[in-house]
Design a protein around this ligand. Structure first.
Ligand code: EPZ
Length: 417
């Protein structure tokens, strides 16, 4: 089994270059099949989630050519066959093929998607959106057959501003007849990036990034060139690591505005951050103040940074609180942080962190992707050796994390245990 071994206590300095956004990329690759010609996408992160989506594309007879950070996707000869249960279960984002295949062929057959176990993760809002556009959904245990004779634009109100449902409905609606309006749409930067990609292919989408997205259906989508935005969650994770052990640690190739909620929390705690046009420089300081955070949809504090931030709160003087409002099961990292020496209790959806506590290396588990990032952050400041098992969760979402941290001075290595 692969594990990460970290010898903590070293100061990190130098530059970490942030990769393309995982959560934009995993929707853009399925969205590419909507084109009638080949599309070129650059700034693609090298992640196991990206590899899994390429396998699905190939299973649909889509040609995928990859050269370093760019990819050419040619759906000219694609076939709309069932996406097998094995492929569907490999990751959450396989469900974007539902919207994309429905939009292109008016039929999608696939299974319930996989992904991190951070909650029940239902897809009812996606399906409700497809139905509003005129599709019927047949569901037999894990299998879904979604089809329509014709897709017609509709007014869709999302009961919750779901990222996945907003994107999936956009994918199904771009070629529908007439106008679709999504109200209470999610506003995450990844949604804007995906809408830009679709518009680059000839779609007519306005309002992405606001709560109301309007989509005027078009008949054809054509070739285009598109760049994926920098990963704000990867950037935020390294910024938190900088607050824990950085000495002029530069987090480069980012869009600082995407990290506003994190930056203001870190400044409130007492972290020293210089904000550049496309970078941050972070210095660890002494005497951090405790704080309270509540996760929320964008532009609120991102749930995906809640777990790494908890590690920083173990180093603040006093009592901090974290309220998780998006996922019902996103505190699995806490028992492992406590094993490392933290003093954290969880009641319902609130974690109470008493700090500062000295962390001491031991064997822990990356229970999910961002829990894994939290374990790395903790291992970097813990005394002695931390071994993190279940590394595959981390590799789903952080490109070359071992190399990036090693380059700035961390003692971290990938090993078999
Ligand atoms: C996306 O998940 C991200 N994943 C998640 O990132 C992220 O945590 C989440 O958005 C919130 O920001 C991808 O982009 C692949 P949602 P998604 O639909 O789209 C409920 C990471 O670490 N809901 O906004 O699945 C749902 O249960 C990951 O990179 C329904 O009830 O999130 C949750 O409580 C993990 N019915 C809430 O909405 C639905 O049909 C938010 O889910 C859909 C969602």
């Amino acid at each position: 089994m692969r594990a990460l071994e970290i010898n903590g206590g070293t100061e990190l300095s130098g530059t970490i270059r942030v990769s393309g956004a995982k959560n934009a990329c995993v929707a853009i690759l399925p969205a590419a099949i909507l084109a009638d010609d080949e599309v070129t996408i650059c700034n693609i992160p090298e992640l196991t989630d990206t590899d899994a989506l390429c396998e699905i594309l190939k299973s649909l007879n889509v040609e995928v050519k990859r050269a370093s950070e760019s990819m050419i996707i040619d759906p000219t000869n694609m076939k709309n066959v069932e996406i097998t249960e094995n492929y569907s279960k490999k990751l959450r984002a396989s469900y974007y093929f539902m919207g994309a295949l429905l939009g292109k062929y008016k039929k999608a057959v696939m299974y319930f998607p996989g992904g991190c176990s951070i909650g029940a993760r239902p897809i009812n809002l996606h399906l409700k959106g497809f139905e509003a556009l005129g599709a019927t959904v047949k569901n037999d245990r894990n299998k879904y057959i979604v089809e329509a004779e014709e897709l017609k634009g509709a007014n869709i109100y999302l009961d919750f501003a779901s990222v996945g449902a907003t994107i999936n409905i956009m994918l199904a609606a771009v070629k529908a007849k007439g106008k679709t309006v999504i109200d209470n749409a999610a506003r995450e930067p990844e949604i804007v990036n995906i809408a830009t990609f679709l518009n680059n292919m000839g779609a007519k989408i306005v309002g992405a990034g606001t709560s109301t997205i309007q989509i005027e259906g078009v008949e054809r989508l054509h070739r285009c060139f598109h760049e994926i935005i920098p990963d704000r969650i990867e950037a935020g994770t390294y910024t938190i690591i900088g607050a824990l052990c950085g000495n002029k640690l530069k987090i480069d190739n980012i869009i600082p505005e995407h990290l506003d909620s994190l930056i203001s929390k870190l400044e409130e705690i007492g972290v020293d951050i210089e904000i550049g046009p496309d970078y941050l420089i972070v210095n660890k300081m002494d005497d951090y103040k405790p704080t309270q955070i509540e996760t929320a949809v964008y532009p609120g504090f991102p749930t995906d940074l809640q777990q790494p931030l908890t590690v920083l709160l173990t180093q603040c003087n006093g009592k901090s609180k974290v309220v998780e409002t998006i996922w019902e099961n996103r505190f699995m990292h806490i028992s492992h942080l406590n094993r490392l020496g933290a003093d954290i209790t969880v009641k319902n959806q609130t974690a109470t962190i008493i700090g500062p506590t000295k962390l001491k290396g031991t064997k822990v588990i990356a229970t999910d992707l961002r829990a894994g990032a939290a374990m790395i952050a903790a291992g970097l400041i813990a005394e002695g050796t931390t071994i993190i098992a279940n590394v595959e969760h981390i590799l789903r979402g952080y490109e070359q994390i071992v190399e990036k941290l090693t380059n700035v001075g961390a003692k971290i290595r990938d090993k078999e245990i």
